[in-house]
Design a binder for this molecule. Structure first.
Ligand code: PHE
Length: 454
């Protein structure tokens, strides 16, 4: 069975592919705006605690469940012992991932537009006000963002159809290091802008009065989103890991890379935002307005460098979005294939058509359909809220319950420690976190945010 599913070719490929899924718009687009809305450094601190106390243990668990089961996520939960009905946790993950892809594709479409803009040198000689106005005109347009989203999804479909080795593995191995390098260079450039200090302080000097229950929920949701947790994606990828790969080491590597990229992205965005006078809490538009500004200001007078850098950056951003979206599309694709015996090609096409259709409504909700609101949110925000702040925590909670309390402890031990080769001391810490800390903390934050503790 292992052979017929195919495996990643090397240890490093497994890490890079999982990191490719983790590093995406969540780091460069979503993390900065959540951080900006939730008061800066205090959010960063809570975010890092979330990663340590439940992000990492949950990632190890998902890896263990996925590699052990060698199957799609829905079936995987329940294979590590315990009742088969745990497969519903996996199914919830498949559903969450699919719904995330519906609006993720819209934001990814925006990056495609910016790539084209960078290509035709569209950022030259514009002021900050122009960038703000242009972004708003673009996302409220009924046609252009939809076309960009469709293009993005078709490329995504193409990669998925090319298969695991040819598409996902090869792409991630080349792109991840390049993206990292360019983010590093840009963050250094951004810190050197005039008045950038305020941005750096906003990011690193915490004001604890800013921590509220909604900060906690946002940080938790963001940590799940960014690490690609609770969506079946990591479990699906782990089913392609090799038996000798060390799950704990892989998980630590992925979490460190992901967090580093998010912090570096914030180090590009906030110094620049303060430098050119853009509000740090301006929401989903933040990155799309500050980044072109960065290119304008940093490379003032060096037109060619500005052109080259903006082009390279947006290209990498599109590709980072793609390596994440591939994961999101792979999950329902393999689910339909293995559970309903639909051919891979048709299940991938079906999922793409579904996401594009719902994505069109999400995109239109920025403009033409903006008046239709549920609980004060347009469709795009609603999808983001329901998936990141409700479905992901619920999925994470159930996964922690399963792995911590209901699965077969011995099987889990063998999987996490690779048959006893990884230190047992660590296993105890991991098990404590997944049994007590993760479920209790998730439940508490969740109930508190929705006012159910008062
Ligand atoms: N983690 C990705 C990001 O930060 C999003 C994602 C979620 C990708 C779940 C795959 C699965 O952009």
């Amino acid at each position: 069975m292992e052979q017929s599913r195919g495996n990643f070719g090397s240890h490093i490929a497994g890490v890079l592919v999982a990191a490719g899924s983790a590093v995406g718009l969540g780091n460069v687009w979503r993390f900065p705006y959540e951080l900006g809305r939730n008061g800066g450094a205090a959010f960063l601190l809570v975010y890092i605690l979330c990663i340590l106390f439940f992000g990492l243990p949950l990632m190890i668990s998902e890896f263990a469940v996925g590699r052990h089961a060698q199957s799609n996520t829905a079936r995987a939960f329940g294979m590590l012992g315990g009742s088969k009905s745990w497969k519903w946790v996996g199914f919830l993950g498949v559903l969450t991932g699919t719904l995330i892809l519906c609006y993720y594709a819209v934001a990814a479409g925006w990056t495609v537009e910016y790539l084209i803009e960078a290509g035709v040198n569209g950022f030259a000689n514009k002021s900050s006000a122009d960038f703000t106005a242009d972004f708003n005109t673009f996302i409220t347009d009924p046609v252009r963002p939809v076309v960009c989203m469709v293009v993005f999804m078709l490329v995504n479909l193409g990669v998925i159809l090319a298969g695991v080795k040819g598409g996902i593995e090869r792409g991630s191995k080349i792109l991840m290091p390049l993206l990292f390098l360019s983010i590093l260079i840009l963050s250094v450039a951004s810190i050197m802008l005039p008045d950038a200090r305020k941005g750096v302080e906003f990011l690193f000097l915490p004001d604890f009065s800013k921590i509220s229950s909604s900060t906690l929920l946002s940080a938790m949701g963001q940590s799940f989103f960014s690490l690609s947790l609770s969506m079946g994606c990591l479990a699906t990828y782990a089913s392609y890991f090799r038996k000798e790969d060390k799950l704990v080491k892989n998980a630590v590597n992925v979490a460190v890379i992901d967090t580093l990229v998010a912090v570096l992205a914030a180090l590009i965005i906030f110094p620049a935002a303060f430098s050119v006078g853009i509000e740090p809490d301006s929401g989903p538009s933040l990155v799309f307005i500050t980044l072109p500004n960065v290119f304008q200001h940093v490379f003032r007078g060096q037109l060619f460098l500005g052109y080259l850098f903006s082009l390279m950056f947006y290209l990498l951003l599109v590709l980072a979005a793609l390596t994440s979206a591939m994961g999101l599309l792979e999950v329902p694709t393999i689910y339909l294939k293995e559970e309903f015996h639909i051919r891979r090609r048709w299940s991938a096409i079906g999922c793409t058509v579904f996401c594009i259709t719902v994505g069109i409504f999400c995109s239109l909700s920025m403009g033409k359909l903006g008046d239709y609101k549920v609980c004060g949110m347009n469709l795009f925000d609603l999808f983001d809220f329901v998936t990141a702040k409700i479905m992901l925590p619920v999925g994470g909670f159930l996964a922690a319950l399963y792995v911590g309390w209901f699965c077969d402890r011995r099987l889990l031990f063998l999987e996490v420690t690779n048959g006893g080769t990884v230190s047992v001391k660590f296993f105890r810490v991991y098990r404590f976190l997944i049994r007590y800390v993760a479920p209790i903390a998730i439940l508490f934050i969740f109930l508190d945010q929705f006012g159910l503790l008062k």
